[in-house]
Write a new protein. Structure first.
Length: 426
């Protein structure tokens, strides 16, 4: 599958571990919007620190610096108070039937209103200071600031620019996933108080395509789409052979092909299959009902061009936009994935030993991102909706042939992200 990339594109890859954005008939669009928005950049961090093309006076430079610091402090305080308010709301909301979170805040939680008013006041001063600081160029950054402000407003609508997304509330998101797993619609009460405005974008055909995959799976469709993973070829192939001039990574990740945790006495012990120098002993293939590349059309979410208009930032500006930060341009998503691994004879006994230890001790293991539990929970990832969960009884292992097959738990309501192309911020 060829991906058309530009001069400023990078590819983001990992083992098959990440779920895709939720979709389908029983998933509210706000959830998908939120999950995509999590990929977004921090343009607001950039615009606050851009270096003017003019020559402002020392007074105006000092005013801008003071206004910037005040906004930062007010925002930190606001979100700290908001977090406390959300915690308090979870405790008392049953006593305020008919109220949503924001109605309760207005009438019963003055600290958040005070923090919001303080934040607005500092924003007004920053806006005015920015106009003086940038002089003739002020209109452009002001437009960006206004747009960013509207996208994060829970009340103000800007047609064609905003759409509903969920607040970053892990309990709420997990609850919505649980409803979806049961095939139930989400109660309106769980959504009314939980949406914010996020920049508009479009994933053309995403929801309908994923729903068609879900429907096909329920009718017993076969996995007739295949991706073969050639480890040996991967050792000599460069990303630039596929159009990617640069591949970025944190350098901190370790994803063993097969890892496990087994119980020995009253302690957990790790088992990791060493694959170095054994690449030719392992073959992998993914089979799935459907796979497709989805482009994310930005619409109103096209604000990073501010970095082209104002490429320089003032001295001592924080490194807010590191190479790890990028705006996703497209995702490669697949549904109902089955992983097939074949181990050569020299490695099968080691795999079998780990498999049997997991089985006999009620442990857990991960194979190319497929998480498998034989009784133990999944540790820090227990209950996570980010990973592909596989029941231990659905793992088919045959030591004689060296074949291991893993399938995801049935009834998935979101696809799996196999990779993503993103826009690099220079």
């Amino acid at each position: 599958m060829r991906l058309d990339v530009g001069e400023h594109a990078i590819i983001l890859t990992s083992p098959v571990t990440k779920r895709g954005m939720a979709a389908g008939d029983i998933i509210p669009p706000a959830l998908t919007n939120y999950l995509v928005y999590k990929f977004s950049d921090r343009s607001s961090d950039w615009i606050d620190w851009v270096k003017t093309n003019g020559d402002p006076s020392e007074v105006n430079v000092a005013r801008m610096e003071k206004a910037r610091e005040a906004v930062e402090a007010a925002n930190v305080n606001y979100y700290a108070v908001l977090n406390e308010a959300q915690i308090q709301w979870k405790i008392v909301k049953d006593s305020f039937f008919g109220m949503d979170f924001w109605q309760w805040v207005i009438g019963k939680y003055a600290p958040l209103s005070d923090a919001d008013n303080a934040r607005k006041a500092t924003s007004v001063e920053l806006y005015e200071a920015m106009n003086v600081y940038h002089g003739p160029d002020a209109a452009y950054p002001a437009q960006i600031v206004n747009g960013l402000g509207r996208t994060t407003s829970s009340k103000a609508l800007s047609p064609g620019y905003n759409q509903d997304g969920l607040i970053d509330d892990a309990d709420l998101i997990n609850r919505i996933f649980e409803y979806a797993k049961k095939g139930e619609n989400i109660p309106d009460g769980d959504l009314v108080q939980s949406t914010v405005r996020v920049p508009q974008y479009t994933l053309s055909g995403y929801t309908s395509t994923v729903q068609s995959w879900i429907d096909s799976s329920s009718r017993g469709a076969s996995r007739d789409q295949f991706i073969t993973i050639d480890i040996d070829q991967g050792r000599t192939t460069k990303w630039e052979n596929f159009g990617f001039k640069e591949v970025s990574g944190s350098g901190a990740g370790l994803w063993p092909l097969l890892s496990a945790e087994v119980r020995v006495g009253d302690q957990w012990e790790s088992r990791i299959l060493s694959t170095s120098g054994r690449e030719n002993d392992i073959a992998l293939q993914l089979a799935m009902i459907g796979v497709q590349k989805f482009d994310i059309e930005t619409g109103g979410w096209n604000i990073p061009n501010v970095k082209t208009r104002f490429p320089d930032r003032i001295p001592d500006a924080p490194d807010a936009l590191s190479p790890k930060v990028a705006r996703i341009l497209s995702v490669l998503a697949a549904y109902d994935i089955e992983l097939k691994v074949n181990f050569a004879s020299g490695i099968r006994n080691e795999v079998d030993k780990t498999y049997e230890e997991v089985k006999s001790t009620g442990g857990r293991m991960s194979v190319f991102g497929f998480h498998v539990s034989a009784g133990a929970d999944n540790g820090s990832d227990n209950g996570s909706n980010e990973y592909i969960e596989t029941k231990f009884e659905d793992v088919k292992w045959d030591e004689a042939s060296g074949s291991m097959t893993l399938t995801a738990v049935k009834g998935q309501f979101y696809p799996t992200i196999l990779g993503a192309v993103a826009h690099r911020f220079d």
